[in-house]
Design a protein around this ligand. Structure first.
Ligand SMILES: Cc1cc2nc3c(=O)[nH]c(=O)nc-3n(C[C@H](O)[C@H](O)[C@H](O)COP(=O)(O)OP(=O)(O)OC[C@H]3O[C@@H](n4cnc5c(N)ncnc54)[C@H](O)[C@@H]3O)c2cc1C
Length: 193
């Protein structure tokens, strides 16, 4: 039997339900084997990680882009001290950093995706893209919330949701702490003297 024993509430990603699953005396029929061959499951899972990391990197880029685009629009609409907030230098610095972060994340992700599509080894590139793009999404979501001021903390604007959804990407598909370890090992192998 398979049981869903409890629903688990989360900070973000409310569109997907998360629950604890219990398998009790559950036999999986042979025909339900995932992958063509028995005994190589771990290898297959590891092989899927490259694709998974590019996928999460692309989600990081999407989050960085949405945060940037909502912010650059808002900075032209919201006025304080007689002018749009985008004319205050403190906000301009944020927009410059957000836009640059977005562009760098996008290029790293495109590079990793291209290598993967060409059938080339792309573990290093996929790891770098995942690390950078998800941190970019997280940082841009935070800056978007700050730029929106009090509204950024309310559900009146989507930036509140971006801020809650962003942290999962730092954890999923290999935490960013582990990602750094993998990147460092790959770099040492690549630049071995
Ligand atoms: C709703 C939800 C959906 C998820 N979906 C997916 C998914 O689709 N795909 C996916 O891959 N993951 C997904 N995850 C993440 C996954 O389930 C794990 O949470 C994640 O792999 C981290 O493992 P852990 O929670 O056991 O943390 P732990 O391994 O206990 O880590 C705790 C902390 O210790 C650090 N740490 C652990 N080991 C080391 C080490 N050797 N060196 C340095 N630091 C270390 C970690 O970086 C982290 O900061 C999801 C998580 C949630 C909450």
């Amino acid at each position: 039997m398979v049981f869903c024993t409890k629903d688990i509430d989360k900070l973000g990603y409310k569109g997907i339900k998360t629950c604890e699953i219990l398998f009790e005396n559950y036999e999986v029929p042979k025909g339900a084997l995932i992958g063509a061959k028995e005994g190589v499951g771990f290898k297959q899972v590891l092989g899927g990680l490259e694709l998974g990391r590019v996928n999460v990197a692309a989600r990081g880029v999407g989050l960085a882009r949405a945060s940037f685009e909502d912010s650059i629009k808002y900075t032209q609409e919201r006025k304080t001290f007689g002018k749009p907030i985008g004319e205050h230098q403190a906000i301009q610095l944020k927009l410059a950093e957000m836009g640059t972060r977005l562009e760098a994340a996008r290029l790293l992700t495109q590079n990793a995706a291209q290598k993967l599509q060409n059938g080339e080894r792309s573990d290093l590139e996929a790891g770098m893209a995942k690390l950078y793009a998800t941190e970019a999404g997280f940082k841009n979501a935070e800056e978007a919330m700050r730029i929106h001021g009090g509204y950024g903390y309310t559900k009146e604007f989507a930036v509140e949701r971006y801020y809650r959804d962003a942290p999962l990407m730092l954890i999923g598909e290999g935490t960013n702490e582990l990602q750094k370890i993998i990147i460092s090992k790959s770099l040492t192998e690549k630049y071995k003297i």
